[in-house]
Design a protein around this ligand. Structure first.
Ligand code: C5P
Length: 235
């Protein structure tokens, strides 16, 4: 299985985490989590997965040296390819798709910032692509969700039993996802995940049970939660 890791974002919402680690704000995937950068944990899970055989990381040139040092320090047995990221996540994935070898039929896309995904989740996701063309790892939402208008007033309350929080990995047939990305670019669609492009093109996207601990590290609070999850897992 081919894995693309979008890792070309910045750390705008990480605020105080940078000061507490005495670092200048840059890519949050370089922040330390229990002695390793966030990206290292993501890569270690991919390395331990039984199905992933090829890894592509989309990053910004300013981060190349650090990314290469991380990969080197982990002694990974799987090939890792560095791919130029884009101005948005959508563009980073588009670049990643173009860098896949011609032989790639299916791909998993997993945000570098979801550094607690387990190898078992990757393998369950790879398995899912044997019986569908597109899937999203997701978990049922626990909160009641409100749709709120621009004046801060609630418009509606969707039925919670139908709501799922989308995570990554998301996985797709490569030719179909390439087609959806091309259509998205032609039509100026701006989306925050790849499933949304699949949906816009009228293609079915299956749900695969995700993991409650598979959080996306976005704020200093997420970093603290990730640390406590990892501690419980390791010690
Ligand atoms: O910013 P956010 O946490 O939503 O980003 C999700 C993932 O997409 C992160 O792993 C981030 O590095 C990646 N990303 C990217 N290219 C961008 C912006 C974000 O690969 N231009």
């Amino acid at each position: 299985m081919y894995l693309l890791i979008p890792a070309a974002g910045s750390g705008r919402r990480m605020g105080s985490a940078w000061q507490s680690q005495s670092k200048a704000p840059r890519n949050k995937l370089l922040l330390d989590l229990l002695g390793k950068p966030l990206l290292a944990w993501t890569l270690l899970a991919a390395e331990a997965s039984q199905t992933i055989a090829w890894i592509g990381i989309m990053g910004q040139p300013i981060d190349w040296d650090d990314f290469k040092a991380i990969v080197h320090s982990l002694n990974l047995t799987k090939p890792v390819h560095f791919i130029q990221g884009g101005a948005t996540r959508q563009e980073s994935v588009y670049n990643g798709l173009r860098a896949l070898p011609d032989a790639a039929e299916h791909v998993l896309i997993h945000d570098g910032a979801r550094c607690l995904a387990t190898p078992e989740l990757f393998d369950r996701c790879s398995q899912a692509l044997q019986s569908c063309d597109g899937f999203v790892a997701a978990i049922p939402v626990k909160d009641t969700i409100k749709v709120v208008n621009a004046t801060g007033v609630i418009d509606s309350t969707p039925n919670r039993s139908q709501l799922w929080a989308a995570q990554t990995p998301q996985g797709f047939s490569v030719p179909l996802l390439k087609k959806c990305h091309a259509e998205g670019r032609d039509n100026g669609w701006e989306v925050t995940d790849d499933a949304a492009l699949f949906e816009q093109c009228g293609l079915a996207v299956q749900i695969v049970e995700g993991e409650e601990t598979n959080l996306k590290v976005t704020t200093p609070m997420d970093l603290a939660i990730a640390e406590s999850i990892l501690r419980a897992r390791l010690f």
